[in-house]
Design a protein around this ligand. Structure first.
Ligand code: TRP
Length: 446
């Protein structure tokens, strides 16, 4: 297949698209609860270190491959491997990425559906005057109701696949332009409000004063997996977006901007959520329900709380939408590559993801105790193994391909940097990112 001619219309559009992919449940839902389960500040520090040392250079590698290949991930890898005289089997990396995002999207869609439920509830004013206990009980009741959850999952996935079927670049650009600044503003307001509550100081202490004794190889592996997950790196999904990147845009600067935006969203969300946790005497390790319980509690006490909460869930929903569109893209591109029409490919992917997503839905009710592997139920499996093992593994292979397999001239051209910058990037990938990922993966698995 030939090179794609489609491009994001401006540099800003590309940065916003990648930020839209990166910012989502990972920052606002997953980051706080994983940090809570892994002891707070030490985990946060590790995660930020991994973003800088691994996430950022590998993100550059991934986007670079996409821009160099200008095809779907599978075809870009095959084409570039052939050009480098390397094995055509590198194409399988694209398929592995598609499999990874398939697993991730199956739970991502279900949890994004929770935001739909909460958006409707907050528009209805259901949380007004509710006590923390009532809010907690309401959430439990929702989790135990597979029909409501399936309805929301279906709605969310349909929204996603419709945009994907229409072709990514055009539809996304307009959405991203509006969404990101608004989400930021609201999180800043929320963190500002948190600063006036008694939970603020304990929250800062919990987030920023590390307790080194809490660090185990498993905690380190969780932090690494989360760095990949939150940056959307390791599954060739950003590679797919890189194919549409304009020629004369600085890739390192774009990737750096995305990483900074992504981490600050997580920090703002963390500050807001943990302030509530500590003000209410809740358990930081409460798990996947953390955000869904704490934020309604916080907003319930604010003037115009129902309105703010509705706006928040609306923005969260839009943020998860742009992320899930990115998650779907590699699969649809792959199927298109074997000859399906884009609309058909989107339909096939949608139905398959929907079916597997039902396992996550039922993991909160009838299948809660069905633990087929490693003592984890279906939701725990799809929300743990792909982010923490598949993404680092995919990232590792992407890094090896970019820094060892691709000829220097091709890599440097697509990266768009001078000789000094290239040496720095390649040194970081070859001698830091690759060994570090390997060591953490092996230590975590052992
Ligand atoms: N980064 C997104 C989030 O934090 C999730 C995501 C979108 C993703 N695209 C991805 C994760 C590709 C892995 C690979 O919510």
């Amino acid at each position: 297949m030939n090179e794609t001619l489609e491009r994001w219309s401006t540099r800003r559009a590309f940065i916003l698209a990648v930020t839209g992919a990166a910012v989502g449940l990972g920052n606002i839902w997953r980051f706080p609860y994983i940090t809570g389960e892994n002891g707070g500040a030490a985990f946060l520090l590790l995660y930020v270190a991994f973003v800088l040392l691994l996430g950022l250079p590998v993100m550059m590698a991934e986007i670079m491959i996409g821009r160099a290949g200008r095809r779907s991930p599978v075809q870009s890898l095959g084409h570039l491997a052939a050009g480098a005289g390397a094995s055509r089997h590198w194409r399988w990396l694209g398929l592995f990425g598609a499999f990874t995002v398939f697993c991730i999207l199956s739970f991502y869609s279900v949890v994004s559906g929770w935001s739909i439920e909460f958006l409707i509830a907050s528009v209805n004013g259901d949380f007004v005057g509710a006590t923390p206990a009532e809010i907690g009980a309401g959430f439990e009741a929702f989790l135990a109701d597979p029909r409501r959850m399936t309805f929301n999952h279906t709605l969310f996935l349909a929204m996603t696949m419709l945009v994907v079927a229409a072709g990514v670049a055009k539809g996304l650009e307009r959405l991203n332009n509006l969404l990101m600044p608004m989400l930021y503003l609201l999180l800043v307001l929320l963190a500002g409000y948190a600063a006036t509550t008694e939970g603020f100081v304990p929250a800062l202490a919990w987030l920023f004063m590390p307790d080194v004794s809490a660090v185990t190889p498993l905690v380190v592996m969780h932090a690494m997996g989360h760095a990949f997950f939150t940056l959307a790196v390791g599954a060739c999904a950003l590679m797919a977006y890189g194919a549409y990147m304009p020629d004369h845009q600085s890739l390192p600067r774009a990737a750096g901007a995305v990483a900074v935006l992504d981490v600050t969203v997580a920090l703002l969300a963390g500050i807001a959520i943990f302030s509530v946790v500590f003000a209410q005497g809740m358990d930081p390790g409460e798990g996947p329900g953390l955000m869904f319980v704490t934020l309604p509690i916080a907003f319930a006490q604010l003037p115009w709380g129902a309105l703010w909460l509705s706006v928040f869930f609306l923005l969260l929903l839009l943020a998860t939408w742009t992320s899930s569109i990115n998650l779907a893209e590699p699969m649809v591109a792959t199927l298109q590559g074997i000859g399906l029409k884009r609309g058909h490919a989107a339909a096939v992917v949608g139905v398959a993801v929907w079916l597997v997503g039902l396992l996550t839905v039922l993991s909160f009710s009838s299948l809660a105790e069905w633990r087929p592997l490693f003592g984890m139920n279906a939701f725990e499996l799809v929300s743990t193994i792909p982010p923490e093992i598949f993404l680092p593994l995919g990232g590792l292979l992407i890094a090896i391909f970019a820094a060892w397999v691709m000829p220097e001239a091709a890599a440097r051209g697509a990266l768009g940097v001078g000789p000094g910058g290239f040496a720095l990037w390649r040194g970081l990938v070859r001698w830091v990112a690759i060994p570090l990922t390997l060591v953490v993966l092996v230590a975590g698995l052992v």
